[in-house]
Design a protein around this ligand. Sequence first.
Ligand code: PBG
Length: 330
Amino acid sequence: MPRLTGMAFPSTRLRRLRQTSLLRDMVRETELTPSHLVQPMFVELGTDSRTPIEAMPGVERMSISHAVEEAGRAHALGVPAVLLFGVPAEKDERGSGAYDDEGVVQLAVRAIKDAHPELVVITDVCLCAYTSHGHCGVIRADGAVDNDVSLELLARTAISHAVAGADAVAPSDMMDGRVGALRAQLDAEDHKDTPIVAYSAKFASAFYGPFRDAVDSAPASGDRRTYQMDPANSDEAVREALLDVEEGADVVMVKPALPYLDVIRRVKEATRVPVAAYSVSGEYAMIEAAAAAGYLDRRAAVLEALTSIRRAGADIVITYHARQVAEWLQ
Ligand code: PBG
């Protein structure tokens, strides 16, 4: 019989080890470093503007010159990549600003790559910020999203980003077959080396609220539930991710992150490809609002949340706190 009194259990011993800092680092299972983070940025037309976003204190829409500066700052702090969203001056039925070679994202990509060639520039590929109705695709006469016409326009968008110099494209629309359509078009037009970061498991989430204010993309009617996923489903998320890998996705994404940690883990285990998790606008807003009210320690809450997302299995974490975290971790 083992004698149980007076001896330290392994877990107690480990907890003691953690109190000395070098050992603590050696036994820590998950690392949060800037090298895993992606900084999303909202770029608008105009010459010298910074427009605060009400529901995302500390985040601004920026003109290209400011975006170049901000991107450089993040890069200098060790954040390897930015994810660009465009806020166009005008919107129309077919979202033509999304695939305009002189559109806001295309211009921003050129300017950022010129100034910071080593910074990885990823572009969000979607129509919702560019359509007058705010849906991610083209709307048919009967009011439904026309999947196949939308695919053509999304592929055109991805090509125009690649031509501008984007290092990777990230389709976030959730139309059926979009990864395959983008892959085929990129290959056909001499962009075989441009990777696709697929928003594979994108849930129909209330946590996108502040983002829709940021780019003014709340659907004018209906919602995105016909093409985004039911928060109750995780088998479906795994199926979507596996399908995207089959269609040619290089990285698969789960979004939002914090309410879907189990999905991140399952997708990582099922696909064994790099997994990105998008800690979305509502996750950012939640912590910022609670911290501003004095209910949470901002820094501790942000670091804990992001570490948990990494622990769940995310190789890449897209977060509006990226630059801030890189500053803290210096
Ligand atoms: C566009 C898109 C959205 C987000 C990223 N790409 C909004 C949406 O689907 O409504 C949300 C990002 C965030 O909330 O931070 N399809």
